[in-house]
Structures are given as C-alpha cells and as structure tokens.
Design a protein around this ligand. Structure first.
Ligand code: GDP
Ligand code: IMO
Ligand code: MG
Length: 427
C-alpha cells in the first residue's frame, strides 16, 4: 500500500506523533496537511522526548522526505525555532520541504486570536492563541499571504502593507488595541525569507510524483475529527479539516490515491479548551486519570479534560474518515482502573440514540449510556503481542472493534517506539 492517512479520531492529542513516527520508519514521505503550530506531537526516541508543532513527525528518521503541505498555516517564527531546536539535538532536517501554497501566519494573526478570545467572554473557544483561526479567515477571504510570496519581496511587502494597515485599523477601532509596526514585521519576515527560501517547493508535484513512483506516503493529520470545522463540535473546533478528506485538499492529491485511513484512538477521551464533552469525568476521578495519563497540553501546557472512551464519537469518526483501521494508544494508562466504562450511546429526551448529534444544544443535553467492563491490574507496558495482554484487556479491545466496526491494527502500550503491538501494518 502506498498512501496512508493518519487522523485523530477524538479531540486531538490521541498520540498521532508516536504512531506517525512508528509508521514513518517504513514510509518514504511524510506530509502534514492542515493546522499549524496549534498542534503538539510528542515523539519519544529512546529516552529523548521531541515535541513537534509544524515539522512532520517523520523527521526523526534520517532520509525521509518531510513535507509541510499547502493546507497548513505556517508560522515561520515557530518553524525556525523548531528547526534550530532539532539541529541542536543532532537531528538532520535536510529532508524538509514547505509548500509554496501554504499560508503564512503573521504576528497580527496571533494578536487577533488573543483579543477575539477575550471578547468572546463566557463563549470563549479556548484556542491555542497561535493565530490559526485568523490566518484561515484571511485564506478564505482571499487576502491571505502565501509562503511562495516570500520569494517575491515586492509582492510580499505590498500584501503585508495592505493587510497590516487594515488589521491595525480593526484593532484600534473595534478592540481599542495598539497596532503592529510595519517596518519591524517586514524586517522580521525578511529574515525568514532568507532562511526558508531553500525549503520552499511545489509540494503538490513532490507528493504526486512520489505516489506515481510507487513510494510510500504517510499523511499526518493534526488535531482530531471532533475539532474538524465541519464534522466537529462547531463552533468549539479548529479552523481546518483534520478529517481524512483534508489530506486530499491539504496535500493536493486526489481521493482515488488514498489506500488506507488509520484513526488514532486514545483508550479514553481527552479534550483541551471549551465545548461539550459527554463522557467527561470531573472531580478527583478525572484528576487521577489526568495524572496517570500525564494529560497536560504539549503546546499550551493546559490540563486536558479527561473522560471515558466514547464509541458514539468513534462511530462518527469511522464514518466521516472512512477508517480502515484503528491505532489504539495509551492502553497502559487504564491499568488498575476498575471497572472500565465505555459509552455506547446517548440518552436524549428519554430515548437512547447511537448517532452523534450536529446540534451543540442537543449534545449538551445528552447523557452518556455506559457499558461496564472488568479492568486489569497487570503491567502491560512490556507487552509486544496480543497474547501478552491480560484477557480483560483483550476484551476491551474487542469491544472497541465491535462497537465501531473498525479493526484495531496497532496498539500502543507506552510512549516509546518499541512499546507498540502491530497486528496489521498499513505499509
Ligand atoms: P498528538 O497530538 O496526537 O501527537 O498527541 P500528544 O503528543 O499531544 O499527546 C500524547 C501523549 O501521550 C504524548 O506525551 C506521548 O508521548 C504519550 N503517548 C503516546 N502513546 C502512548 C502510550 O501508548 N502510552 C503512554 N503512557 N503514553 C503515550
Ligand atoms: P494536536 O495536533 C488538542 C483545540 C484548542 C481549542 C480549539 C481551537 O496536538 O492533537 P485553535 O488554536 O486551533 O484555533 O483552537 O482546538 N486544539 C487542540 N486540542 N490537540 C491539538 O492538536 C489541538 N489544536 C487545537 O484547544 O479548543
Ligand atoms: Mg498534541
């Protein structure tokens, strides 16, 4: 199989970084197709921990072509810092290419993100304040500035002058905030233009050529299905398309090219930021799960909200992504929890339904209906095959497969590369 899309099946932070890194060993090309530095993908190589925001998680294997696709909104300040950080740790980043069609994040996008959050008050989304929403707004409004514009300084200067002037006016008149200094922004971005020039490429051609040559391409999603602009818990979502179809748009490949779609599913559920979360566990039990899973944001350090596995959202994810397999992560975190609960449906106004509602009001009214399963107490972090897992653990996995209709292909029992059980390899 040549083209595999890897998507988050929940609200992000499912362990996409670890699974991408694991699959990258066999891939030739790894492509990030949406989002920006709101993402935080953690990869453990031996005892070393890497936190990647923009660079595809395949970078930690030498010799891979890693692409930041056209669907990404790129903050060059973050990218340069990330590249320097990787270089200082001896990672060869020469395999990285950036799409000339990707849109740029400018300082005023980050400023707007923060001030708009403040103005939402109670209705705040809890964004990462990385400028993601405002950058995608410019893209959709057809006023965005693209990475390719960095190659034509006069063009770039004209566009920034226009957009920055307009944004300063908005900041002053609507939000009563100081604006941005044009010269300072231009100088800063002139530095990025010099630095990034050799990395800028027509990534659409690179990816399609690789596929035509029969090379193995892995598309690395950021965020998760429930944060998708269309399929998620709108408006408490991100501004891009993390779903599998987003890989086609954000990398420039046709849907007929995609062979497999792997959904990364955490063995329980977490969410950062605001919005409904039916299976959320509040109080000391939720705190205990957070500690056990070390659920603190990779990008913002915020404590993640934690809850039980929810197969209503997973069935939604299976449908909208066309999942062909599941990579189940953090199963080791459930060790010792007794009993385990899996949400199998939602009780809404006296009726149990199995479908995920589009209306946020309806979702807020939904009560999760749980099935209880016996837990296990054995340490599973050393398991390397299905047979190494306790019977109750295998039962939990089987129930997940039955309730979603999707087979589990990979199981992670710890953050390291070797802590992975492969039942079926996508490549
Ligand atoms: P991503 O955004 O989907 O890449 O996920 P994050 O990196 O934000 O969060 C996942 C966290 O769980 C990271 O700290 C990983 O190192 C860690 N992790 C991944 N898989 C496992 C696993 O199977 N067990 C444990 N205990 N930790 C894991
Ligand atoms: P990875 O790739 C978890 C959440 C934010 C907020 C909402 C909108 O590591 O899984 P944004 O800054 O995108 O406008 O914020 O989306 N969010 C994430 N939550 N993991 C992520 O990325 C996220 N990226 C954004 O917390 O609720
Ligand atoms: Mg993350």
């Amino acid at each position: 199989m040549a083209a595999v899309v890897l998507v988050g099946a929940q609200w992000g932070d499912e362990g996409k970084g670890k699974i991408t890194d694991y699959l990258a060993e066999k891939a030739d090309v790894v492509v990030r197709y949406q989002g920006g530095s709101n993402a935080g993908h953690t990869v453990m190589v031996g005892r070393e921990e890497f936190k990647l925001h923009l660079v595809p998680s395949g970078i930690l294997y030498p010799g891979k072509l890693c692409i930041i696709g056209n669907g990404v909104v790129l903050d060059p300040a973050v990218l340069v810092e990330e590249l320097d950080g990787l270089a200082s740790r001896g990672v060869d980043t020469s395999g990285l290419k950036i799409s000339n069609r990707a849109h740029l994040i400018l300082p005023y996008h980050k400023g707007l993100d923060a001030v708009q959050e403040e103005h939402r008050g109670e209705a705040m989304i809890g964004t990462t304040k990385r400028g993601i929403g405002p950058a995608y707004v410019d893209k959709a409004a057809r006023t965005g500035i693209r990475v390719g514009d960095l190659l034509d300084w006069e063009e770039f200067r004209a566009k920034v002058t226009h957009n920055l002037t307009a944004t300063n006016e908005l900041l002053a008149k609507i939000y009563d905030r100081p604006g941005y200094d044009l010269q300072a922004v231009l100088e800063e971005y002139a530095g990025y233009a010099r630095r990034l020039r050799p990395l800028i490429a027509d990534s659409v051609r690179l990816v399609n050529r690789a596929l035509q040559e029969g090379r193995k391409v892995l598309f690395e999603g950021a965020q998760g299905t429930l944060l998708d602009l269309d399929q998620g818990t709108y408006p408490f979502v991100t501004s891009s398309y993390p779903v599998a179809g987003g890989a086609c748009i954000g990398a420039g490949v046709g849907p007929t090219r995609i062979d497999k779609v792997i959904g990364v599913v955490k063995a329980y559920t977490t969410r950062v930021g605001s919005g409904p979360f039916p299976t959320e566990i509040t109080g000391p039990a939720g705190d205990a799960l957070r500690q056990q899973g070390m659920e603190f944001g990779t990008t913002t350090g915020r404590p993640r909200r934690c809850g039980w596995l929810d197969t209503v959202i997973l069935r939604h994810a299976a449908e909208v992504n066309g999942l062909t397999g599941i990579a189940l992560t953090k199963l080791d975190v459930l060790t010792g929890l007794e009993p385990l609960r899996i949400c199998i449906g939602y009780l809404y106004r006296g009726t149990v339904g199995e479908d995920f509602p589009a209306s946020l009001k309806a979702l807020e009214e939904c009560e999760p209906v749980y099935e209880e399963l016996p837990g296990w107490h054995e340490d599973i972090t050393g398991a390397r095959s299905l047979e190494d897992l306790p019977a109750n653990c295998r039962r939990y996995i089987q129930r997940l497969e039955e309730l979603t209709g999707v087979p589990v292909h990979l199981i992670a029992v710890g953050p390291r590369r070797d802590q992975t059980i492969v039942l079926e390899s996508p490549f």
